[in-house]
Design a protein around this ligand. Structure first.
Ligand code: ADP
Ligand code: GLC
Length: 482
């Protein structure tokens, strides 16, 4: 099947979060299952720098413009997946991130940037870009590509469209003037179109016009049809429930393999856990924590924002520290969270190791070293770190939501007895909810080393590779075409 992925992130070329992990690994998994998958990305400078050999493949002139847009071609690193880059320097060649500058300010022209990207993707999808290839299906991801299904709905003999929701809270909302300025067809402006309470909603382009919708876990697919998780889009999503499917993300089990991970110091596996203990000692040393195998070490890697329940972690810190726990924390995000964490780290240098920033090697080392992993998210469409944690024998403590609920089995008497337990799960997104789960976890860690080892091994035995999820996508692609 010929499939075009339209995404604004793909690991290892450009990444701000899990979207990149998925769009960097799912195409490769699909290719392995003999699908003709190709990926189109904006030509951000980071992408051009990391993509290896690129050649100028074609130039396409958009309707309403006289300036041709260059399309560069290469391959996703370590793969045979063709990669197309939309090379419009005035929109994409900037110092900073894909959505904003070094200070975290959104680029003022994000609407133009992603409308342009989507328009070029449509030209490729309609085989009007000189690539001599037309996809049968266009697979779009998050609001940055939301206009693609909307624009394609205006075309005859168009490919089928699938839109994947990785995170409903980022919607690409802009004012009505922007809609007018972008020159989008008036027929798209109504409440059953791109309009959302008087604003232009790019994500609605996907939610309304795509032939099929997926999101990244079955539980999140149900949750977004409720007021608590739907951001006002729950009505629309329940209306489309027969076209909305939850498919749990897989992980790249080459990049995240504790036995062969070049970014960690001591490789290990479920039969040889000595290496994990050595990694723990090394990380304690690296962070200047007391080197002690018996102290519970909690890891956390992620965006420091409300979604991730980082405030619940902060509220529970004094309680955890009083029980002798250690923490290895890596992330960046809202400055109010960063500064409280920095204060704590200063006050408890032998118990808290903290790095504010983005650091891939440290992310792998924390996964490899910690005993437990904290993910008390308020909502979590899928979540990848709990999957990496399971693979690395790092017991996840998670809130029961989205993909966390679909991938972690709470350790109670029954699941411990039948060997299905893999972590700790709590319901209520408040200080007491998380504390209850921390109490359960610490109790097992401190009082039952054998039980703990069993729990660690149960998690390491799980298979969250793309094998089965990629297959679900292929089935859906076929359904969409039939
Ligand atoms: P989200 O996409 O909501 O941020 P996910 O759990 O799906 O959450 O994916 C986050 C990805 O980003 C993981 O691969 C994680 O390791 C990585 N990551 C997040 N923050 C950092 C950081 N500060 N340094 C390195 N990697 C990070
Ligand atoms: C989003 C979600 C995260 C998910 C990722 C990849 O960023 O927040 O839960 O794992 O997308 O699908």
């Amino acid at each position: 099947m010929k499939v075009l992925f339209v995404t604004s992130e793909a690991h290892p070329l450009i990444k701000t979060g899990g979207l990149a992990d998925v769009c960097g690994s799912l195409p490769i998994a699909l290719k392995r299952q003999r699908q003709d998958v190709r990926v189109v990305l904006p030509a951000y400078p980071q992408v051009v720098a990391k993509a290896g050999a690129l050649k100028l493949l074609a130039e396409v002139t958009l309707p309403d413009s006289s300036q041709p847009v260059r399309i560069l071609a290469g391959q996703l690193p370590e793969s045979k997946v063709p990669l197309y880059l939309v090379d419009t320097p005035e929109l994409f060649d900037r110092d900073g991130g894909p959505y904003g500058d070094q200070h975290g300010e959104d680029w003022h022209d994000n609407a133009e940037r992603f409308a342009h990207f989507s328009q070029v993707a449509v030209e490729i999808a309609m085989d009007r870009a000189g690539l001599n290839w037309q996809p049968e299906l266009v697979h779009c991801h998050d609001w940055q590509s939301g206009l693609v299904p909307a624009l394609l709905s205006l075309e005859e003999n168009r490919p089928k469209t699938l839109f994947t929701i990785h995170n409903l809270s980022y919607q690409g909302l802009f004012d009505h003037l922007t809609f007018a300025r972008l020159g989008l067809a008036d027929s798209l402006w109504h409440m059953h179109g791109l309009e959302f309470h008087g604003m232009l909603s790019m994500i609605k382009g996907g939610l309304i016009y795509a032939d099929w919708l997926t999101t990244v876990s079955p539980t999140y697919a149900r949750e977004i049809q409720t007021g608590e998780y739907g951001y006002g889009l729950e009505g629309l999503l329940s209306h489309r429930a027969d076209r909305l499917i939850g498919i749990l993300n897989g992980i790249d089990d080459e990049i995240w393999n504790p036995n062969r991970d070049a970014l960690i110091e001591h490789p290990f596996n479920a039969h040889k856990l000595k290496g994990k203990a050595a990694n723990k000692a090394a990380l304690q040393q690296q962070f200047g924590l007391t080197v002690d195998a018996d102290r519970p070490l909690f890891g956390l890697v992620g965006r420091l924002v409300e979604q991730k329940g980082i405030d619940l972690v902060i509220e529970n810190l004094p309680w955890l520290l009083a029980r002798g726990a250690q923490l290895a924390l890596l992330g960046s995000g809202e400055s109010r969270f960063e500064s409280v964490l920095l204060d704590f780290a200063k006050d408890y240098p032998d118990q808290i190791g903290l790095e504010i920033g983005y650091n891939e090697q440290l992310a792998h080392r924390i996964e490899a070293s910690a005993d437990l992993f904290l993910m008390p998210s308020r909502f979590e469409p899928c979540g990848l770190n709990q999957l990496y944690s399971l693979r690395y024998g790092t017991v996840p403590v998670v809130r029961s939501t989205g993909g966390l609920a679909d991938s972690v089995i709470h350790a109670d008497a029954e699941s411990m007895a039948d060997g299905s337990a893999t972590g700790f799960r709590f319901e209520h997104a408040d200080i007491g909810g998380l504390r209850w789960a921390l109490g359960e976890a610490l109790n097992l860690f401190n009082s039952d080393p054998k039980g703990w080892q069993q729990l660690v091994r149960n998690g390491m035995r799980q298979d969250f590779s793309w094998k089965s999820s990629a297959h679900h996508y292929i089935e859906l692609y076929h359904k969409a075409l039939s």
